[in-house]
Design a binder for this molecule. Structure first.
Ligand SMILES: [Zn+2]
Ligand SMILES: [Zn+2]
Length: 364
């Protein structure tokens, strides 16, 4: 059982935690400084068990959802609403702030795939779950929903825009759904897993294509947009994508590149001149072979960040309340925490139609 270590800490008893696509980077040993014994899990909600003396906003018994970013609320970056880039929660890093359960590069904090978790800066992040909200919806507001929403937001979507999204994982699915909220006129999703394409086709809804069945994604996108390209392209895959020979060589083999940047190539090359590329897929710190010349010559705007969960929560809670977003529809599996290893295997291998698995502690 974790202990209060700082006056701004809280201890939360976890009631739901999710496995995320980015947990697979840890699972596959791709994240530097992932230490044996650390607990994974950055998507969780639960019940406050104990609070430190400087957490006036919470009391034991409160049901809370906890943003995946750990943010102090007071530094230069938090003050701008950049809660994913907090400088205090991860001072050793130059880019990202603290993240629950995401290695020592994410600050070395234990995560929520556990029965209890210590929540630092508990006066900032944890947000009371409204009485009417299903905890299955609440747990998805810790990462997937805000990340998909911010992907659409960063795309600067104008009314009637054609938006292409690479990746039909939970974040891509949510980005497709949210693109409509920003006024998109057409939403197109690429992936290679037919069951996920089928889901997003109905859920967003969206036009869906299996990129393995399309000769050339970029040419396809040009043809379907009168030769112009999409107005907005969203990379919701990141370095996970299976690349070509050179990407495999530079990535897993030579460690010069963490994974492949294929979806980013597609995004840059299939968006129109003057268009916007929004990146929420997770990449390692270095990425090679990105067609940066095309970014310059096409006059593209590239926006990227990890979602600023805390900033977005008020409006996302409202979107859930009025029915614009139905997060829990993405949950395909509910697994007792004790069977976490099976859940990782199923999710990593994309078995049994898995989109989003939720872990339930003490499920018996
Ligand atoms: Zn996540
Ligand atoms: Zn901060």
């Amino acid at each position: 059982m974790p202990q209060i270590l700082h006056p701004r800490d809280a201890i939360v008893r976890v009631t739901r935690s999710c496995i995320c696509g980015s947990d697979l980077h840890l699972y596959h040993g791709l994240v530097p400084d992932t230490r044996v014994g650390m607990t994974f899990g950055h998507e969780f909600c639960g019940i406050v068990e104990e609070v430190g003396p400087e957490v006036p906003n919470l009391k034991p018994g409160d049901h809370v959802l906890v943003p995946f970013n750990i943010a102090c609320g007071q530094c230069h970056f938090c003050k701008q609403g950049l809660f994913g880039n907090c400088h205090e929660s991860n001072p050793q890093a130059t880019a990202v702030g603290g993240i629950f359960g995401y290695s020592h590069t994410g600050g070395g904090y234990d995560g929520g795939q556990a029965e209890y978790v210590r929540v630092p800066y508990a006066d900032v992040g944890p947000t009371i779950i409204p009485d009417w909200m299903d905890p299955d919806d609440a747990v998805l507001l810790t990462d997937v929903v805000p990340t998909g929403y911010q992907a659409a937001e960063m795309g600067g979507i104008q009314r009637g825009d054609t938006v292409v999204i690479f990746g039909a994982g939970p974040v891509g699915i949510m980005a497709a759904r949210c693109a409509w909220l920003f006024g998109a006129g057409r939403v197109i999703v690429f992936d290679h897993l037919d069951y996920r394409l089928e889901f997003v086709k109905n859920y967003a809804p969206a036009e869906v294509y299996n990129f393995k069945e399309v000769d050339d994604v970029v040419v396809f996108m040009k043809k379907t947009t009168d030769g112009l390209g999409a107005d907005v392209a969203i990379d919701a895959v990141g370095g996970d994508a299976k690349g070509n020979f050179l990407h495999t060589l530079f990535g897993p083999k030579l460690k010069l590149e963490a994974g492949s940047a294929i979806p980013l190539h597609w995004a840059i090359n299939s968006v129109k001149k003057g268009g916007i590329v929004s990146i929420v897929g997770v990449y390692g710190p270095t990425g090679n072979m990105v067609p940066i010349g095309n970014v310059v010559n096409k006059g593209l705007t590239v926006r990227a960040n990890q979602a600023s969960v805390k900033r977005l929560l008020p409006r996302l809670i409202e979107h859930v309340r009025v029915g614009h977003i139905n997060p829990k529809a993405m949950i395909t599996h509910r697994v007792p925490l004790d069977d976490v290893a099976d859940a990782y295997h199923m999710f990593a291998a994309k078995l049994d139609g898995c989109i989003k698995p939720v872990l339930i502690p003490n499920a018996g």
